[in-house]
Design a protein around this ligand. Structure first.
Ligand code: ASP
Ligand code: MG
Length: 253
C-alpha cells in the first residue's frame, strides 16, 4: 500500500461537474488500496476574480487583507471536494493550510514554507479518510493567513508529500504531462516520459508553466518524485525525479 499525495489545479476543478469527476478519481486511487491526501487549488479563475475585486476597491490593498482574501478560493474548492467524496460514499475531511500545519514566514503574497506539521491530515488518513488540504496557503507566526505566490499549490503538494513521507506527489493538470512545447499551442509537441529535477527546473525557469520552480526545488531537496499527469485522461504522464531514482518504485502508474 502506498501513500499518495494528489494535487488538482484550478483547471481540474473549474466547475461542479469537474469537482465530482476529481472526487471519482480520488476514490479510484483509494480503492486500489492507497492512502490518499489531496491538495486542491481554487476553482477555475477564482483567484484572478478575487484579485479583480480587491483592486476595484484599492489599487494597492493591504497585503495582510489580500492574503486573507486569496486563501478563500481554496477553502471553497476543498470543502466542495470533500462533499463530493462524501456524496460518492467515501469519507473525506478538508483542512485549511493552517489546520494542515503549514507554517510560513511573514512575506504576505510570497511566503516561504518554514515547516509542515500535518498531524491532523495524517490522523485523517489513519482513520481511513481522504485528507483534503487547501493549497497555496499557510499561517505565519502572528497567526495570520499567508499565501505562497501564484501557482503555489504545487509547492504545497510537494511539501505535504515530504511531511507525510508519501511515496509520490501526483500533480494533476489539463495536459498529459510535460511536453517539449505547449501541446495546446504546438500540435507536434512530444510528451517527455521522465525528466530530472535539474532539467525540469531549467524548463520552469525558461517559462514552462507546467510546474512552479519552487515546487521542483523543494522536491529535489527532499528527493520527492513528482508525477505530472492529466485529470482528464489515464495516460502515463511525466515523472520528475532524480537521475538515480528507479522508475519501478513509483506507485499508481
Ligand atoms: N489559486 C492560486 C493561483 O491561482 C494557487 C494555485 O493555483 O496554485 O495562483
Ligand atoms: Mg489557480
Amino acid at each position: 500500500m502506498a501513500l499518495i499525495v494528489q494535487k488538482y489545479g484550478g483547471s481540474s476543478v473549474a466547475d461542479i461537474e469537474s469537482v465530482k469527476r476529481v472526487a471519482r478519481r480520488i476514490i479510484e486511487t483509494k480503492k486500489k488500496g492507497n492512502d490518499v491526501a489531496v491538495v486542491v487549488s481554487a476553482m477555475g479563475d477564482t483567484t484572478d476574480e478575487l484579485i479583480d475585486q480587491a483592486t476595484a476597491i484599492d489599487s494597492n490593498p493591504p497585503a495582510r487583507e489580500m492574503d486573507m482574501l486569496m486563501t478563500a478560493g481554496e477553502r471553497i474548492s476543498m470543502s466542495l471536494l470533500a462533499m463530493a467524496i462524501h456524496a460518492q460514499g467515501e469519507k473525506a475531511h478538508s483542512f485549511t493550510g493552517q489546520q494542515a500545519g503549514f507554517l510560513t514566514d511573514t512575506r504576505y503574497g510570497a511566503a516561504h514554507i518554514r515547516d509542515v506539521k500535518p498531524e491532523r491530515v495524517a490522523n485523517a488518513l489513519k482513520a481511513g479518510e481522504v485528507g483534503i488540504v487547501a493549497g497555496f496557503q499557510g499561517i505565519n507566526n502572528l497567526g495570520d493567513a499567508t499565501t505562497l505566490g501564484r501557482g503555489g499549490s504545487d509547492t504545497s503538494a510537494v511539501a505535504l508529500a515530504v511531511a507525510l513521507k508519501a511515496d509520490v506527489c501526483e500533480i494533476y493538470t489539463d495536459v498529459d504531462g510535460v511536453f517539449t512545447a505547449d501541446p495546446r499551442i504546438v500540435p507536434t509537441a512530444r510528451r517527455i516520459p521522465s525528466i530530472s529535477y535539474e532539467a525540469m527546473m531549467e524548463m520552469a525557469a525558461s517559462g514552462s508553466k507546467v510546474l512552479a520552480l519552487r515546487c521542483v526545488e523543494y522536491a529535489q531537496r527532499f528527493s520527492m518524485p513528482i508525477h505530472v499527469r492529466s485529470s482528464f485522461s489515464h495516460r502515463p504522464g511525466t515523472l520528475v525525479l532524480s537521475e538515480k531514482a528507479s522508475l519501478g518504485s513509483i506507485p499508481n502508474m
